[in-house]
Design a protein around this ligand. Sequence first.
Ligand SMILES: Nc1nc2[nH]cnc2c(=O)[nH]1
Length: 433
Amino acid sequence: MFKLTEHGTTVKTELLAGLTTFLTMVYIVVVNPLILQDAGVPFEQVFTATIIAAVVGTLWMGLFANYPIAIAPGMGMNAYFAYSVVGSHGGITYETAFSAVFISGLLFVILSLTPLRQKLIEAIPENLKHGISAGIGLFIAFIGLRLTGIIASDANNLVKLGDLHSPSALLALFGLAITLVLLVRRVNGALFIGMIVTGLVAFFTGQLSFENGFIEAPSLPEGLLAANPITAFGDVIQYSLYAVVFSFLMVTIFDTTGTMIGVAQQAGLMKGNTMPRARQALLADSVATSVGAMVGTSPTSAYIESSTGVAAGGRTGLTSVTVAVLFILAAFFGPLVASVSGISAITAPSLIIVGCLMMGNVAKINWNELDEAFPAFLIILSMPLTSSIATGIALGFVSYPLVKIACGRYKDVHPLLYIFAVLFFYQLAFLPH
Ligand SMILES: Nc1nc2[nH]cnc2c(=O)[nH]1
């Protein structure tokens, strides 16, 4: 079913890859409720909703699209939901905001079913695709460095070297060194073993403790927040949430498409300029976003952390199915998950190393043609600086046609790219981020 031999992989490799991806992304079941509770949504509800959305999307991805790509509520969009939509749109409750998420999820389902999906992927120029992969690499490495305090904020320069004597930074550096040694010595499961060793050191140095125990029964969602497309659409009209729906839609489509292409390229699963089974892959995310809105979480996205599982050898949907099963188990291990995901140093080394692997794509960019190189460069530069994959893609999409028109090669640009350039320009210039 997963065509393991055809993809040159084994059950053991896939299970290990799934475990690796899961460990780097499981923090979301704790962090997502923490962010959405600022919008008034109860913690327990988001905890369960996050797991439901992740399981639906990731299982769909594994079973129907056969990609080693996991799905869960995105970190950019939960903040946008809590602080820009509910926080600043006067009078908007979180229930109404979930209606907007639900509608954007349904629109995305419809788009995933039309030929536009494949055209969109084909319309993205090769050099921009390489830029997206490399930019994602820099971005996840930056996340790893920031979470562990190796890089800290600075009032004048925005970022600076953090306090390398802090327990978190020291542990992360230790984990990085161990994992790198394992990798260069080509030890199987290096990323995962690195996490286990770092976790053990965290435990014995008192950074990791299990005061709240390990197991707790999950609470079931009390009711559906959005279930009827007509009432949800009514909410969108009543509160004029068109721009909110548009932003959710653009960000989900491009974050997910960009991430899928980046990870599929890393896994060697792209067929030239096209992504096989793109329909099912996009459906996985759009269905998860819609279901997530029904039970109480912000939009889902294909997770960049999937690249850690691919680096660990994951090539098929079995990796994703493993991740989904582990998310189901996580529902019963709330306290354990909260303890481990509170220690960013355990997973940061994987994020940093995978960042390095994904940066390899810069070598494929045609640096000799500035009209090809500059938009790709802009994507790479802006993803970590804006902490947003979608914004990086937006800047690449706006600059590419402009540069091409300037050098008289406007015919080289796919017509769809012009349309998206205008939409992205509108979003960047006039909508809140
Ligand atoms: N692509 C992607 N990966 C993530 N990992 C955590 N949050 C996100 C997100 O918003 N987008």
